[in-house]
Design a protein around this ligand. Structure first.
Ligand code: SF4
Length: 255
């Protein structure tokens, strides 16, 4: 049980911009040059119904703030990643952030200190945020899984889906205006889009969390940018982050 996957929505060949043609949409495209780009349909997350360990779905739903949610979930052993962690990496940032980043899972550095994105990739993410004219603590940063996968492998679908309810509740409590997914895993597990990140980065998606649909901008993971430190990759990430920033800077009916 887990994410109900629907056929991938129509995608556009280039990132939306103030002058580009909007993708196919349920909403009529605006001709106003400063309007937000239209979004494709969202998928719906269905929490696992198997008894997967602590905490209960009721305890997660009852958390009324991020501190409550962290207390409710930090002892979790609901998937095989739990027993191997050094530190539970809940996430951190502004509890009312309009811009939220979602990565894959903690790495070695994050596992040791219990904070997301603190290694080299985190330093690059901080620089990206600064380039937008923002500070890290104005955003919120979390991962799909809260415990480090061994050898930094990609979390399995079962691990991701076991943990996803916590991320959903985090998003419900934060209510960001935009989510930026970093790499293929959060795009696949949170948004339900399995196409290659190279193909779909820069193309607006949306995710349904609770009763809200939230725009999602997929981009590369900072660790990938460090490995492929080319002008093309860096420019692509900059365009994606700028699109997300433009979204939150424009007033819209979704807010
Ligand atoms: S990764 Fe998530 S579901 Fe798995 S043990 Fe850690 S907190 Fe629980």
């Amino acid at each position: 049980m887990g994410l109900v996957r629907e056929p991938a929505p129509a995608v556009q060949a280039t990132p939306p911009s103030r002058t580009s043609t909007p993708p196919s949409t349920t909403r009529p495209p605006s001709t106003h040059p400063a309007s937000r780009p239209a979004l494709p349909a969202a998928v719906t997350y269905v929490p696992p119904t198997d008894p997967v360990g602590c905490p209960t779905a009721g305890a997660v739903a009852a958390a009324q703030n991020l501190a409550d949610l962290q207390r409710a979930t930090e002892g979790c052993l609901a998937c095989p990643l739990g027993p191997g962690r050094l530190k539970f990496v809940f996430g951190e940032g502004n509890p009312q952030a309009r811009l939220m980043f979602v990565g894959e899972g903690p790495g070695r550095d994050e596992d040791q200190v219990g904070r997301p994105f603190v290694g080299k990739a985190g330093e690059l993410l901080d620089k990206m945020i600064a380039a937008l004219g923002m500070q890290r603590d104005q955003t919120y940063i979390a991962n799909v899984v809260k415990c480090r996968p061994p050898d930094n492998r990609t979390p399995t679908a079962e691990e991701a889906q076991a943990c996803l309810g916590y991320l959903h509740r985090q998003i419900e409590l934060i209510q960001p205006a935009v989510i930026v997914t970093l790499g293929a895993t959060p795009l696949r597990e949170l948004v339900g889009v399995s196409e290659g990140i190279t193909r779909v980065r820069g193309q607006w998606k949306r995710v349904k969390v609770g009763d809200r649909e939230i725009p999602v901008m997929p981009t590369f993971h900072p660790a990938y940018v460090l490995r492929q430190y080319t002008q093309e990759v860096r420019r692509a990430v900059w365009e994606d982050l700028k699109a997300a920033k433009d979204w939150i800077d424009r007033p819209g009916p979704e807010d």
